[in-house]
Ligand binder design. Structure first.
Ligand SMILES: CC(C)(COP(=O)(O)OP(=O)(O)OC[C@H]1O[C@@H](n2cnc3c(N)ncnc32)[C@H](O)[C@@H]1OP(=O)(O)O)[C@@H](O)C(=O)NCCC(=O)NCCS
Length: 246
């Protein structure tokens, strides 16, 4: 009886996952349900995870980990059977996604390829992120440690997030910092986390100008033609207004 109930729960969760793919993947518009089930790697990974999670909940040894390992080989998505995942998760493209053992994912979350919900070291216990409802995590983002990603947050592609993220905010960069909260630009001193100073470029620029000055002095002393001085540009392009002044 308990087995049948688990099976019914897995079937209902998978149905929600397929609906999530249909809703949130522009490429799924017009695709038949059978096509999504047959060809979407994120759906395969979730189907396998939901079975593995149910088996682990029933105390089955070894098999859940084997399902997880096999799924990783086929889809490139590794979900630990003990991770807790709510309804309507959508994993787009899939390859390189890692969801750790103590990760906790709410409802209607979207993950793109290359997302890691990982630990930061050898700590035991709760060591992976908690992701609340309606969060979107961009491709390549690394979320590390037992942090909480507040509901409705958006994590930019390739961000590295190691601290809690407020609800309804947009976080980008490495380390990740909020650039929008409730749709509004974050304001106040030191709030411009995107246009950070570039100390390496500044150091090279200082050296370059000193070399230029020395070259000009050598040219004057030796009557040689002065050489053009190389320009050093900052690695980061500075765009938009600087809100550091408040
Ligand atoms: C972060 C993201 C969700 C956009 O969120 P948003 O709330 O609409 O925010 P905006 O586009 O207005 O960007 C806010 C600021 O962050 C910057 N930004 C956006 N994404 C960024 C990123 N990944 N890395 C660094 N900065 C980023 C923007 O340039 C903008 O800067 P500004 O304040 O100087 O104008 C989006 O840029 C992103 O990274 N999405 C992931 C998409 C993805 O992985 N696609 C894969 C498909 S296969």
């Amino acid at each position: 009886m308990a087995g049948l109930q688990r099976l019914a729960r897995v079937a209902s969760e998978v149905r929600r996952d397929v609906l999530a793919a249909r809703d949130r993947d522009p490429a799924a518009r017009g695709a038949a349900t059978a096509e999504i089930i047959a060809t979407w790697p994120g759906i395969h990974a979730l189907l396998a995870y939901r079975m593995a999670h149910a088996l682990e909940g029933a105390g089955t040894p070894l098999l859940p980990r084997m399902i997880s390992m096999f799924t990783r080989a086929v889809t490139g998505i590794e979900i630990h059977p003990s991770a807790r995942i709510g309804e309507g998760l959508f994993i787009d493209h899939g390859a390189g996604v890692v969801i750790g053992e103590t990760a906790d994912i709410g409802n209607n979350v979207t993950l793109y390829q290359g997302v890691t919900l990982g630990g930061t070291g050898f700590a035991t216990g709760k060591r992976h992120p908690t992701v609340q409802d309606n969060v979107t995590i961009g491709s390549g983002a690394k979320l590390l440690g037992p942090i909480t990603i507040g509901h409705g947050a958006k994590i930019g592609a390739n961000s590295v997030v190691i601290t809690d993220v407020p609800p309804n905010s947009t976080v980008v960069g490495n380390p990740g910092h909020p650039v929008r909260v409730d749709g509004r630009r974050v304001e106040g001193p030191d709030a411009d986390w995107i246009h950070l100073p570039d100390p390496i470029a500044e150091a090279i620029q200082a050296l370059s100008s000193r070399i230029g000055a020395l070259e000009r002095m050598v040219a004057e002393l030796s009557d040689a033609e002065p050489q053009p001085v190389a320009e050093v540009r900052p690695l980061r392009t500075v765009r938009g207004t600087n809100p550091a002044g408040g």
